[in-house]
Design a protein around this ligand. Structure first.
Ligand code: NAD
Ligand code: FES
Length: 281
């Protein structure tokens, strides 16, 4: 059992949970995720570990409540417990050792890119983060990312920071030159667009794939993705892959596989009950 230590609202449907998981907090590395099950009947939800504190034995999970399972999870009261947390799972992020990195976070994906930016900064890499939200209230993790380096905030409606998608700001940084690697995490269209922005500049671009996951151990095949023409499992071969080699059409197609079932499970609102972690999302 994993008691919930604290809960806070980051944006209208994104909640930060800090839960006890001392063994995971002690060993997890940036880019890794956990699979959470609220109780014995609940769906398994993959969630990227946004942060951890080995001293207090806690991990931070950022959950976008989009369906029944994620809504149940964020409804948990402080002091009550999550039944199971399996992990850390997945390969840790391939971290640049020196130079200039750009970390791009779209919406809730900003929480996923945060541990990468934090680890890069700690290693002495110069980090610029480009983060985006639909409007001001959807921008998350800005303060935490400022601790790692410069931050460019973008909003779709221009209500905060610069107006436009993160890809526009990324394009300008690419044009200025000097970038060694880009880490991009967010909605599939955003990651695809980031990879297309960096491709002509030959900038290595790592994306975190949020494919559907069930067991998280390479057994079920649910998270299969196509990378450089080969089948890979996001849970054990990823979740991070070379964005220039990912077949985003296959990813987008597979993400819709259970849509009808999810609508049914979520109830009349037609909301998806699948977790956003994906790669954990
Ligand atoms: P959103 O749709 O509000 O978009 C957030 C930002 O991403 C936008 O403000 C914009 O800057 C950028 N963006 C979106 N579409 C773009 C496009 N076509 N081109 C360029 N930039 C674009 O994001 P949200 O609602 O917070 O995110 C939800 C999605 O993120 C879900 O689909 C979920 O599965 C995915 N997700 C992915 C991961 C992952 O690990 N890759 C993690 C969490 C969530
Ligand atoms: Fe089952 Fe990856 S989640 S193989």
């Amino acid at each position: 059992m994993h008691p919930l230590r604290s809960k806070s609202q980051l944006s209208p449907n994104v909640t930060k949970l800090i839960v006890e998981a001392p063994r995971i907090a002690a060993v997890r590395r940036p880019g890794q995720f956990v699979i959470v099950r609220l109780d014995t009947e609940a769906e398994r939800i993959p969630l990227t570990i946004a942060d951890s504190d080995p001293e207090t034995g806690t991990i931070t999970l950022v959950v976008q409540a989009v369906g029944r399972s994620t809504r149940d999870l964020v409804a948990l009261e402080v002091g009550h417990a999550v039944r199971d947390i399996a992990g850390p799972l997945g390969r840790p992020t391939e971290l640049l050792e020196a130079g200039n990195a750009v970390c791009v976070g779209g919406g809730v994906g900003t929480a996923v890119v945060h541990p990468i930016a934090k680890a890069l900064a700690a290693a002495g890499v110069t980090v610029t983060s480009v983060i985006g939200g639909r409007s001001r209230e959807w921008v998350i993790y800005e303060r935490e990312l400022r601790a790692a380096g410069d931050v460019v905030v973008c909003t779709d409606d221009g209500s905060y920071g610069r107006k436009g998608f993160v890809t526009e700001a990324l394009g300008e940084l690419c044009e200025a030159g000097g970038i060694d690697v880009v880490y991009a995490v967010g909605p599939v269209p955003m990651m695809r667009a980031c990879a297309e922005v960096t491709r002509p500049y030959g900038v290595h671009t790592i994306v975190s794939l949020n494919s559907i996951m069930v067991d998280g151990t390479g057994m079920c095949g649910g998270c299969r993705v196509s990378v450089d023409g080969a089948s890979e499992y996001a849970c054990i071969d990823g979740p991070e892959f070379d964005g220039h080699k990912v077949d985003f059409d296959v990813l987008a197609d597979r993400l819709t596989t259970y849509r009808d079932f999810e609508r049914g499970a979520a109830g009349a609102d037609g909301d998806s009950c699948r977790s956003l972690a994906g790669a954990p999302r």
